[in-house]
Design a protein. Sequence first.
Length: 316
Amino acid sequence: MSDEKTLDLLEAKIEELRELNKADGLDLSAEISKLEKKLSEMRAELYANLADWERVRIARNPKRPCSLDYIEQVFSGFYELHGDRVGGDDRALLTGLAELDGRRVAIIAQQKGRSTAENKERYFGMARPQGYRKANRMMHLAERFKFPIISIIDTPGAYPGLESEENNIGGAIAASIMSMIEIAVPTVAVIIGEGGSGGAVAIGAADRLLMLENAIFSVISPEGAAAILWKSKERVKEAAAALKLTAPELLDMGVIDEVIPEPLGGAHKDMAQTASALKQSLVHHVDELSGQTIDEIISSRYQRYRNVGRYRTLPD
């Protein structure tokens, strides 16, 4: 968005005045208040009617909170469990146990990196086969101890390298999806940023699927769709609109169950506010599902995935 740079500059100016206000004992409150009002008005105008491609850009913003940020803010006592007991550990996909407002839960989360070094370690949030086997291991551990499962999704897709193909990435994703469909505990998934292709579905085939307001969920990236359909990367905006990948559109089609609001400009503008809204939503859905029998949960899950989405029959 062309005006984001202007907003960033204005934010930096406000922060500079706040520091001066503290350091020199000057009373700059009136000037700060005036600039904050101007910033709020500009934000409201800029983000009032976002196009699909603009939401894609917000979902990919490097300042956007990652899974570990939400785990720290929303849960307590997170204890990470490592390894798939076959081929090693995968740092792009985390699993562990924690408490959600006093409720014991199992967590499966995709984690991107902040720095170049961390992104290299985390494979840019793209899990390899051992990551999905680790997720599968956690699902069955949760089932054994009757813990609800919460999946936090943030990935462009599964890791597409030769190593993944050699180690059967397709089979690992399929096994993970099958476990989510069959597992005898409540499952809630939330897409916090990017939800790309089978890499997201592998831990997203849940009883309830939630999305942050500016998150995206799609079988392919807009860049990939533009390259395949039109052989041109210049048509990414058109591809983004055609894919129906935004939270409001997916809610309308019945693919997801709830859109969790974000502050104007995205979750990174007010992490605490976003985390609070996410926590409230997770508690609600976990409690609602926990009030049902396992037979009721599995029956509803079956019906959900039989009826999800929207389609029409073409004439012969």
